[in-house]
Design a protein around this ligand. Sequence first.
Ligand SMILES: [Zn+2]
Ligand SMILES: [Zn+2]
Length: 1008
Amino acid sequence: MKKKSQSSSKQGAEKNRGNSDHTLNLHHQRLCQALSLGLSKSYGDKGRKWHSSDIEIHRLVLRSIDAFLDCISAEPLQHPFVKELIGDMVGALEGILQFTNEATLSLVSDVAVKMVDIVPTSVMDSYVIDLVRPLATLLTSHNLQATFSCATALELIISNLSSKIEGKVWDIMKQTNTVIHIVNNIRGFSNRTTPIENYLKMVSLLSKILQRWQPSRFLVWSDAKLMEVLEVISLDPDISVKFAVLQLYSALALCGNGAQKLLENAETVLPMMVQCMDSSNSISVRLEGFKLAQCLAMNEQGCSKMMASCCDPITNAIIDGMRSWGTLPGRIPKDTMFLLTGACRLALITCWAGEHHKCFWKLGIDQVLLKLLLKDFHKIYPSQHYLEKIVTAEHGLRENYLVVLRPCIWDILGGLASHCLKDFNPSMHGEEFRMDFLIICACLAFVDSIRQFGQSDISHIFQYESATRTVLMMIYSPSSYIGSRTIFFLSEILKPNGKEYLKRLLAKLSQPRTKLAMLDTLQTVIDLMSLACYSGLCQYRDYIIGRQGINTLVALIRWCLTNNVHMRRASVAPHLHSSVLEKNCCWDHTEDWDGDDMALLFSLWGLSELMHKTHPDMFSSQVDCSETQLVSLLQGICSDTSAPGPRWYAAYILSYFGHYGFPSKMGKRIGNVLNDKEFADLVFIVTNEEPLTVHSVILKARCPLLLPRSVDEFFVRQDGEKGERSRKEVCLKSDKIDRKVLLKVLEFVYSGHLQAGEELVEKLRRIARHCDLQHLLQILSKKHPRWGTPFPTFDLWFALELAGHHLSDIALVAEGADIIDWMCNTCSMTDPHMHVHRVILLSSSSVYFHGLFRSGMQESHSETIKAPVSWEALVKVVKWFYSDELPKPISGCLWDNLDAEEKLNELFPYVELCWLAEYWCLGDDLHEYCTRVVISHLDSAQRLSVKLIQIAASLHQKKLVEVIANYMAPLYNHLCKSGELDEVADELVDMVRAASVRHFQEGGHSHT
Ligand SMILES: [Zn+2]
Ligand SMILES: [Zn+2]
């Protein structure tokens, strides 16, 4: 019986198939006939071209395509006809779309939508390009239905576009001004001429474009009117309207500048975002809210701006999202899992300090995290003995419940631990046993990682990385509660085999190494973090030191520096970046504490703990290199590394050797002028001892509280004049402060660091506290650097602002006074100028200024100096004088959207500065930096090379001219033909020609 029924249903299916095959054949034939009416005989290798202008034929073809598509819609890939006909069908559509006849417009655009919807991307891919142009052009049509359909078709095309043709499609959209047309359509909302669906369609198409193509974002966020209109649209109470705008915002926030704009309008954008996150909405709406928040919080600045106004509701929404699955029995549905992942990802904002930490604790984040780690969380009872707790947690973790979320959970926990307050105690917010379990779970995962000993597969390595990092954060947490509990539990868990693991770890780390592949570097980072964890446990410290641990770490630090070992965490940890966020642009990540120096940071971390926590004499007997060598190595890290973390740890280790502070290039420069007496304007008189001469401008910028008016406790004021220049004198109250200590403090103020024996530390701390030198105070206390603390920069720029103006003793005047209405706040000079300080100019060790100020000639008393460069260049070089940093040219979207002239204006000052660096003898660093800036921008400004080579030649920049000539070599033929070289001096043209001959001899190609 059963068999029979089966076979009969099979027969039925075949019969159906037979029927549908018949219909398909029919439609296929009709379509072929119709197409042949309008297509030319042959058209290249891509199919035939449409030539018919007969509306009736258009209609016939469109209806045939429509019917054919309906026929194949169930299984489009099954039919060989599709591949065979797709070229002709696209050709016909393209032709009819271009015809833009009102009678067929709606029909043709609808058919286009159906086609891109039904025909699979794999077949469509090579043809979509032909459709993009006519579709994009029609976005300006007055036929609302047609524009709607065209937008729908484009949206479908863009959503499924393969990255191979991404560039070509963007080119077409640029040529057809697609983004501008869409923007104009949305701006029309203020007149409300069409139904809201049409605007929403445009908004949603625009978000797809913004997501994919970075350059499109500028056109949107820089359009103030559009941003206003979007805000108005978002006020619509309908949540689907808000959702569409939210999608656009999250795409826009992928650009750092776009996010900035959104945060400027925080009062409308954020409430809308928060409203969408609410648990009463559908999961996709909530997720979109999370996504926007995640984009806005891409760096610490963004996060704190966002949290400033919406801390409570955002943390609430996150916790809601993380709890959302709690009520569901059995397997977690897919979309709930998405929500959970989205909420956890956003919860990673715990990696930054801020008010949200308090909110998270208040809302019971510990309980939420524990529930995500241990499935049978509810069976845990609080009063277990600690050994039982460990066993319970071990069993719980082994169930591998929600294991994909673990890296995220560890990171959230690590973030919470590293930004706790000192007096944090879990009993303030919940119950201690929860925190205990969280700590135990992380410690177990960490021990699991060292047990595996690098044998783990790639899917585990990221989980181990985050678990290890979290344990490190907990051991060194500012909260002594978390720190001591972690050390306690970790010691217990390590008891049986801890030493054995450590032995293997040390052996592995001491192996010689060269440049490693990415995964091996990551494993080294994990090993270094593990060693830093071990170094936090006193029972293992002697063992590490006995096994050459200090030497191993010093060798690893050298390895990082000589091999340029760089790795940014976000680029390796998969849970930190989704494919969407990968497309971001214009974000500044320079503040990230570990930056791309993870390996260096954790080597220094372990080393600092070993050195500070062991016997002071230990160093000389343990280390191969001399103290001087190590000190200069660490000072180098302080002044040359870009990430704050390694710099802080290097400074922290330096304090072990009695070097307190933050060495930097600028500090080195200013430190040299402490001994300058000529331009000093303040004298500290000490009875029976040599007076101390200082420069008020430096004190004003670096330590204003040390100026006499503020510290009457230390000084007796006694204004008087002495010598040629007017100088103020103050007497030291020797019972309050001694000269030696004051000199040390001045050393710090001038150079950013000081060297002092143990006996002075207490006195130094007293003044540091009095003068509010917080960073010095911290380093004198030899306290562990706190994760995320910015590294103190040496910047005298403050001295240039109004506060320092009255201390200025010279003005730099720019050339080419073509700035209209230039005004100075302090004087009546009309040429653009800046009031600066002789002593700072001298600190650059420029022979030019030394000659000028000390020659005794008339110029040495002059109140102004001509700076023969433009105002823009002058501002930049003054910034360099006062901070040792030159402002960077604008970059990202902003640079890409400048026209050729603006780009030239942006680069011109750097060429001028190349010249000025030579003329004023400002050193090779500045010259090299400027040259590099110009060269690195040649690529994005090809046409500029003709102008730049002339400017560089006129300023005698031989090296730069050579580089630009080489750059122009492949363009030479093209430039000759276009006549662009006509106005260039013959000798420069000859140089380019010679370079181009060399280029072709070496097998290069010609560019156009
Ligand atoms: Zn951008
Ligand atoms: Zn002035």
